[in-house]
Design a protein around this ligand. Structure first.
Ligand code: B3K
Ligand code: ZN
Length: 838
């Protein structure tokens, strides 16, 4: 295994400034002719990347190269003694039809498409396949297909010119029988832009929402960041077989069809919100990623953390900001905190890797976004705007580092960010413990921070932690509005004079990605839940109460007390609150969250017991609200045709929670009525999952009979059948599903529905004490690894929390991982298994 280190970065000796590509497409024998304009910029030999390519010819300045002047291996082409400036001409042959790794040029349902980030371009032709080599492109596509697309502007049918220098990873090509939904956008600079969303015939009716989201994204980036689009066309293509969500190729974004296609009938509110966020994310990359890119892959968070931050800002502006924030924090805690607490913990800017695809992680993306949020809080809105403006002006057209980014904020604001920079290099979720005392008119608040050890890192330095806080009195009135305390030392104490003991609201808005250790009293939490002016902390107080009750129920068999149930009921029935917020407050902490919390408290979690406890808590909430539930269902009705607007979606979200509660009481009567009467997929899915849990004997077949022809809807069916199965049956159900003819192991969405439905959707099922869940996952990892290493590696993270569990489960998991390790594995999966085992 070759390990790549950040410290070893060196620029290329010979660079490429222009790429001329001619592709003659054929499923088994595509011919790729490349003409690279090369120029020396330092001493050394030129080593190009090329993987799985058959060489047809090789020439420099029109003269075929003699064997003594180059060396060809499976992964490289080395050129000896090249002139200072020359044209390198290669012809390669590849077989896109056989490419099941979905990286490079491949075929999906009869169409050709590409995925080059991070290192897929080398599977198309020989090139300096690294982000600091930026070139302009001319591309000509030859194929007997109606639609031929590449980056930039179309200069003649099938001929594309991209004037903006870009790295290889942003190259894209699409060819197929596609139809477009077309619209127009005029930028603030007066440029007329044609917008196209290309889909397979039959899917045209499902593009409207993505198009609307695209136009709103373009307008938002102009208003909020001053960034306008820079080509005459912006193309989006929906592809069925795709390893991740979407890809920001210059002027030609390629999307997993799951994140473009939506109609009320087939997509849920969650799907609509994800489509909006992902369309925005990929569009925003045009400036944060494409115009200014990364010098090397260690700087991935430069584009990803920033772009996630921007898409979160956008969604907050389009919807309810507090609800968006709560959702983002839920995701962060579920994925990133878990990652940071286990063997896969790594800094936001990693310092080494074996396979870069393994570092497109929650830490790089979501924690990377939190770091930008903290930076903005520290330098203020005006400082943030000034720093961004300087960054865009100074670095346009360049491949940059985190140092470049931070320097812009230091210069624009005069602030020293050297300690802040530790957020990029120190892994692990900081723990902030809070203690307070009140006496003789003095309130004293002490905050202590520690950063836990993570693989390869111990004895960490204190970080800069912005802690937003405020005070209420015990009657619930705010007595000190929000201020930001900047922790820079291991321990910080504040004291002030106050007439009475206050109620502390700390880490408002989740102002830093840290874990709080704070034994706040129930009374204070109840006060915050009822009165805090900070909506995030209002929700957080309720969550802390719920979590505390669940943990005590699990460890001490404590009953669910009336005070907690009354408080939840008060939120549920408070018509002054946003229904979406009420739905979030009623949702109990997830099973995985509870497992991690038990582990943090030194208790070995039992997934079966957690599942049962959560069910009992849910039943207790339902009992408390019993008489109100039918009325709440009615109150939350959304008359009129379905719209994906946040206000209606919030009502449906609350109704879905109420339906779950009702199901614990009526065995599925209300869910059945909702299912039969649903006119949209959100309500239908909510009822479907309730009915699955209630053991309805017909609903799975009914759903299937109605939707068997719809791949995206059937993905939901596959996932729900596993995630909502009774835990002792989940593995067998998953196994049976993988044996169906419509289980396509080459389609990552379908694979994730079943395997993710088990590992993430049904933890008690996955952790069945007999080890069958572990065996099942390990078997599939091995199968998938042969065709699609990226997807296999991604799914292997389900094992990462294995050291939380009891000795028997640990032994079963480590045996499964060790067996895997004994097999020939891809670089992707072997790095992951090695890191997880530790
Ligand atoms: N930049 C791509 C992710 C590429 C993943 C490569 N394994 C999508 C995104 O973050 O927008
Ligand atoms: Zn991105």
């Amino acid at each position: 295994q070759t390990v790549i280190h950040l410290a070893d970065y060196a620029p290329v000796p010979v660079t490429v400034t222009h790429v001329d590509l001619h592709l003659r497409l054929d499923p088994l024998a595509t011919e790729v002719s490349a003409r690279l304009t090369c120029r020396r910029q330092g001493p050394g030999v030129m080593v190009l990347n090329g993987e799985g390519l058959d060489m047809v010819s090789l020439a420099i300045d029109g003269v075929p190269l003699e064997a003594s002047r180059y060396m060809l291996t499976d992964t490289t082409l080395t050129l000896h003694d090249v002139p200072d400036a020359f044209l390198l001409e290669t012809v390669a042959r590849i077989a896109p039809q056989e490419n099941k790794a979905l990286e490079g040029l491949y075929m999906s349902n009869g169409m050709y498409c590409t995925q080059c980030e991070a290192e897929g371009f080398r599977k198309i032709t020989w090139m300096l396949d690294r982000p600091d080599v930026m070139a302009t492109y001319d591309v000509e596509i030859e194929a007997d297909l109606p639609v031929l697309l590449s980056n930039g502007d179309e200069v003649a049918p099938g001929k594309w010119h991209d004037p903006w220098p870009k790295p290889t990873y942003l190259f894209a090509l699409v060819a197929g029988n596609l139809v477009a939904t077309t619209d127009q956008f005029t930028t603030c600079e007066g440029r007329a832009v044609t917008l196209n969303i290309w889909v397979r015939p039959g899917d045209e009716g499902r593009t409207a929402y993505a198009m609307d989201a695209l136009k709103r994204s373009m307008a938002w980036d102009e208003t909020v960041y001053g960034r306008a689009y820079d080509l005459s066309v912006f193309n989006i293509v929906a592809v069925d077989d795709f390893n991740m969500g979407a890809m920001e190729n210059k002027g030609l974004n390629i999307f997993n069809s799951k994140y473009v296609l939506a109609s009320p009938d087939t997509a849920t509110d969650t799907d609509f919100a994800l489509i909006e966020g992902i369309v925005a994310h990929e569009y925003f990359h045009n400036w944060t990623g494409n115009r200014i890119t990364c010098r090397d892959w260690f700087q991935l968070c430069l584009k990803e953390g920033l772009t996630v931050f921007r898409d979160q800002q956008f969604s907050a502006d389009m919807r309810s900001a507090p609800v968006q924030r709560i959702g983002d924090v839920l995701q962060l805690r579920a994925r990133q905190f878990r990652e940071d607490a286990g063997p896969l913990a790594h800094p936001v800017r990693p310092e080494s890797f074996v396979e870069i695809n393994n570092f497109y992680t929650a830490t790089v993306y979501e924690k990377g976004a939190e770091v930008i949020g903290m930076l903005r809080r520290l330098v203020g809105d005006a400082g943030y705007a000034a720093g961004c403006a300087l960054y865009f002006e100074r670095h346009d057209g360049q491949a940059c580092t985190i140092e470049d980014w931070l320097a812009c904020f230091e210069e624009a604001t005069g602030r020293d960010l050297s300690q802040f920079k530790l957020w990029y290099s120190q892994a692990g979720t900081p723990l902030v413990s809070v203690t307070e005392s009140y006496g003789d008119g003095t309130y004293r608040l002490t905050l202590r921070q520690t950063v836990p050890d993570t693989p390869g890192q111990t004895d960490k330095a204190p970080m800069v932690i912005p802690v937003a806080w405020g005070l209420l009195n015990t009657a619930g009135d705010e007595v000190r509005p929000t201020e930001v305390l900047e922790l820079t030392e291991a321990e910080t104490t504040l004291t002030f004079d106050l007439d009475a003991r206050p109620v502390l609201s700390v880490l408002r808005g989740f102002s830093a990605p840290v874990r709080l250790e704070y034994q706040q009293s129930d009374t204070d939490r109840l006060t915050l839940l009822a009165h805090d002016t900070d909506p995030f902390n209002r929700w957080e107080a309720g969550r802390a109460l719920s979590k505390d009750r669940l943990l005590r129920h699990i460890t001490e068999d404590a009953p669910f007390d009336a005070a907690w149930l009354d408080a939840l009921a008060a939120v549920a029935l408070n018509d002054g609150l946003d229904p979406a917020f009420r739905a979030l407050a009623l949702a109990l902490p997830s099973e995985d969250d509870l497992a991690q919390s038990l582990h943090d408290a030194g208790v070995v979690p039992d997934p079966t017991a957690i599942h049962a406890a959560r069910k009992r808590a849910f039943a207790a909430v339902a009992d408390r609200l019993a008489t109100d539930l039918p009325r709440l269902m009615d109150d939350m009705a959304t008359p009129g045709p379905y719209t994906p607007e946040a206000s209606d979606a919030g009502k449906r979200a609350l109704r879905a929670v109420v339906l779950r509660l009702l199901t614990t009481q009526d065995g599925g009567g209300a869910a059945r009525a909702t299912y039969d009467g649903a006119d949209n997929m959100t309500d239908r899915m909510a009822a479907f999952t309730c009915l699955l849990e209630a053991g309805d004997p017909n609903v799975a077949d009914q759903f299937e009979a109605q939707w068997s022809d719809d791949r995206l809807v059937m993905d939901k069916w596959f996932m729900a059948r596993v995630a909502h199965a009774e835990p002792t049956r989940a593995v067998q159900i998953a196994r049976d599903l993988t044996a169906r003819p419509d289980f396509d192991a080459n389609n990552p969405n379908r694979v994730r529905s079943v395997l993710g439905g088990l590992t993430a959707g049904n933890p008690a099922g996955f952790h069945n004490p007999d080890g069958s869940g572990y065996e099942f996952l390990a078997e599939w990892l091995l199968i998938l690894d042969k065709s699609n290493p990226q997807t296999a590696a991604r799914l292997s993270t389900a094992f990462d929390a294995w050291r939380r569990y009891d000795a028997d489960r640990q032994a079963l998991i480590s045996a499964a991982l060790t067996r895997l390790q004994g097999q020939p594995l891809s670089r992707d999966l072997s790095e992951m298994v090695g890191r997880i085992l530790g």
